[in-house]
Ligand binder design. Structure first.
Ligand code: HAM
Length: 414
């Protein structure tokens, strides 16, 4: 038997319904903030992610699915969406009309060790806002994310931190190297490697989390310029104004190189699944990809994790069972039933019929499985008179309805 690859899963049945619901909800919230849908290729030239996400990041050094296509080009399955959207903004000159706001939903690929909430094929739903460096733009994307989570019924907290610009991080980097250097032997192999390459990443190491040097590490907030500090204070003011609960965590640094200034994560209150969403500002990304400098901020939710949390918390989505099952008593009524089904489908109802020419007993068994709201039974009499038998599948009550009155009845009752 051929099995699905490790770290992937199939989506059908109730899981498909749940994912579909979450995606539609996300789309609706994004549209309400006037973010427009964007779809970029699932594979890109490898260089985009190497330069965009960062050569020293775990994602690029360990986790990308890279291959050469038949034309010898280096190709990478996208591990995230931000670099691709930036590429599109530059390539199609979308920066000529700013601000512009995008959202996307789709599969990403990361060769990570599969575990709870972590997959190799993952689904992200993200937003990217281009063309504003104002703190209100940061608050806008965080509020979009929080509103969406509230709509889903998932209780989360927002964790924020402020990384400042290039100069600030340069000074902070030096301070961190000085702080960890003497005792780096106590740390894991990854941290040893990070010390000179990317010392900020030591701060979010899961292995060395409890080392006392973590607690005593210098805080980035002490290295911010006056303007950066003011900016951070303003963002917090806006969040308070929007009634968004947040915590400042100075050890939140994020695993992608393109971030500057605000970074944030959405986490469930017990943090069982890691972050369900994360993002930040990345003003330098378009310039690092040879485009003009365009201030930008965004985030992505992990759809898989959101659904894992919904399942754990027994959060059910709206009942999307079929509306009607049309049941022909014998084969003689098949065409009548089928025509009726087609008409009702054209009117927007979700309708199913018997495709296997089953016995009446088997048809009723099928009804139990599909759980429609109404069953319309079509026998010889119904075809002759045009008076249909309509059965409420919940109350089991039957009533006779003229076929000409059927639409009115369904519009009122469904
Ligand atoms: P990220 O933190 O790498 O950021 O991923 C965002 C979210 O994707 C995470 O919070 C998590 O919910 C989900 N996720 C990541 N890896 C996995 C995995 N292996 N399995 C399941 N879920 C996962 C980014 O990707 C940035 N592009 C976000 C962003 C957009 N920043 C600015 N704009």
């Amino acid at each position: 038997m051929i099995q699905r690859p490790k770290g992937t899963y199939d989506v059908y049945g109730s899981l498909a319904k749940k994912q579909d619901y979450v995606k539609r909800m996300f789309g609706a919230v994004c549209e309400s903030y006037n973010f427009g849908y964007i779809e970029t290729p699932i594979f890109e030239r490898s260089e985009l992610f190497h330069r965009g996400v960062g050569e020293t990041t775990d994602i690029v050094t360990k986790e990308t699915y890279d291959f050469q296509d038949k034309g010898g080009r280096d190709i990478t399955l996208r591990p995230e969406g931000t670099a691709s959207v930036a590429r599109c903004v530059i390539e199609d000159k979308l920066y000529t009309e700013l601000p512009r706001k995008f959202y996307y939903i789709g599969q990403m690929f990361r060769y990570e060790r599969p575990q709870k909430g972590r997959y190799r094929e993952l689904r992200q739903m993200g937003v990217e806002l281009y063309g504003s460096s104002e703190p209100i733009a940061d608050a806008e994307v965080i509020s979009l994310g929080k509103n969406f989570l509230d709509e889903l019924g998932i209780e989360t907290k927002v964790i924020i931190n402020y990384l400042g610009g290039v100069e600030t991080r340069k000074k902070y980097r030096e301070a961190l190297i000085k702080h960890f250097e003497a005792n780096i032997d106590e740390f894991c192999e990854d941290c040893k490697e990070r010390l000179y390459k990317n010392p900020l990443r030591i701060l979010d190491c899961k292995v060395d989390n409890n080392n006392s040097l973590m607690e005593s590490a210098p805080s980035i907030l002490d290295y911010l310029s006056e303007e950066e500090s003011e900016n951070f204070v303003k963002i917090q003011e806006y969040l308070r104004y929007l009634n968004i609960d947040f915590e400042v965590d100075t050890r939140l640094v994020r695993g992608l190189d393109y971030y500057n200034n605000i970074v944030f994560e959405f986490k469930t209150l017990d943090d069982e699944f890691g972050s369900v969403g994360a993002g930040g500002r990345y003003d330098g990304l378009t310039a690092s990809l040879d485009g003009p400098s365009v201030p930008s901020v965004g985030f992505a939710f992990g759809l898989d994790r959101l659904v894992d949390v919904m399942n754990r918390d027994n959060i059910e989505v709206e009942n999307s069972n079929i509306d009607l099952y049309i049941m022909n008593v014998t084969e003689n009524e098949l065409m009548y039933s089928y025509n009726l089904a087609q008409d009702l489908r054209m009117c927007g109802f979700k309708v199913d019929i018997d495709l296997l020419n089953k016995s009446m007993k088997a048809k009723f068994k099928e009804v139990d499985r599909l759980n429609p709201k109404y069953i319309i039974i079509i026998g010889e009499e119904e075809v002759k008179t045009g008076v249909l038998t309509v059965k409420d599948n919940l109350t089991k009550e039957e009533q006779k309805i003229e076929s000409t009155e059927l639409l009115d009845f369904l519009n009122v009752n469904l």
